[in-house]
Design a protein around this ligand. Structure first.
Ligand code: DX5
Ligand code: ZN
Length: 232
């Protein structure tokens, strides 16, 4: 049971210096550094989650400041109204929460129509089963391994059963879906997540809390690749 392709690392700028976002993006996107795959941008509205971060104008500025694909993680209410503009702005992937809408398929359709990949995120306590039928409408599935809202929390290994389950579905039904995990990913936890079949690893504090964020990206990717190879 393992994912195709090299493991992807998506540093989360939630743990970066918000007054220096262009430089923080460069620290993981180069030139001259071990380049991350995506830059993960956590949008929080203080309603869906009890924290407030940044919104569309900051994402638009980041898109001008860096060429690394932007992975927007929208922890917001009413994604039907607010998600498509992130796609129109040029985000590579726009993920919203299953718990925030009654019609995730419609939101995914609008995101894709605006030119981005569409992602569905589920909180640790949200089961996968009710969404299995609609995953063909999505490009990514983001499994939260902490309660969304804050960086630096402890990884919840129990969510990996959902990663194993979706990997089996992807393999047996030939689903094209990238499986991403977010929350508490670091040198101590990335191996078990890789063994469970995760494709893309979000890491906030483990990358931006390191002295050399680019080196942290490379180390995490190597660790995930080795764990995956061992898991066979
Ligand atoms: C939490 C955010 C995460 C956060 C992860 O709600 O969605 O992306 O930045 O931070 P770490 O990697 O420190 O757990
Ligand atoms: Zn996130």
């Amino acid at each position: 049971m393992h994912a195709p392709g090299a493991p992807m690392i998506a540093p989360s700028i939630l743990s970066a210096d918000f007054a220096n976002l262009a430089a923080e993006a460069r620290a993981v996107a180069g030139p001259g550094v071990d380049r991350a795959d995506w830059l993960h941008v956590d949008v929080m509205d203080a309603h869906f989650v009890p924290n407030l971060t940044l919104g569309l104008p900051v994402v638009e500025s980041l898109l001008k400041a860096t060429d690394i694909p932007i992975d927007c993680h929208l922890m917001i209410e009413n994604p039907g109204r607010w998600a498509p503009p992130y796609a129109e702005a040029g985000a590579y992937n726009v993920t919203f929460h299953a718990e925030a809408t009654d019609d995730p398929t419609a939101v995914a359709r609008d995101i894709r129509a605006a030119g981005s990949k569409a992602g569905l995120s589920i909180k640790p306590g949200t089961p996968l089963d009710p969404y299995l039928e609609i995953l063909r409408d999505f490009d990514t599935l983001l499994i939260m391994s902490v309660e969304p809202g804050f960086g630096g929390q402890k990884f919840m290994p129990e969510v990996l059963s959902k990663a194993r389950a979706i990997r089996t579905v992807i393999d047996s039904e030939d689903l094209r879906l990238l499986v991403e995990i977010d929350g508490g990913i670091n040198a101590d936890t990335i191996e078990e997540a890789a063994e469970a079949g995760i494709d893309c690893f979000v890491a906030g504090s483990a990358v931006y809390g390191a002295d050399d964020p680019g080196a942290a990206v490379a180390a995490l990717r190597d660790q995930a690749a080795a764990a995956r190879a061992t898991a066979g």
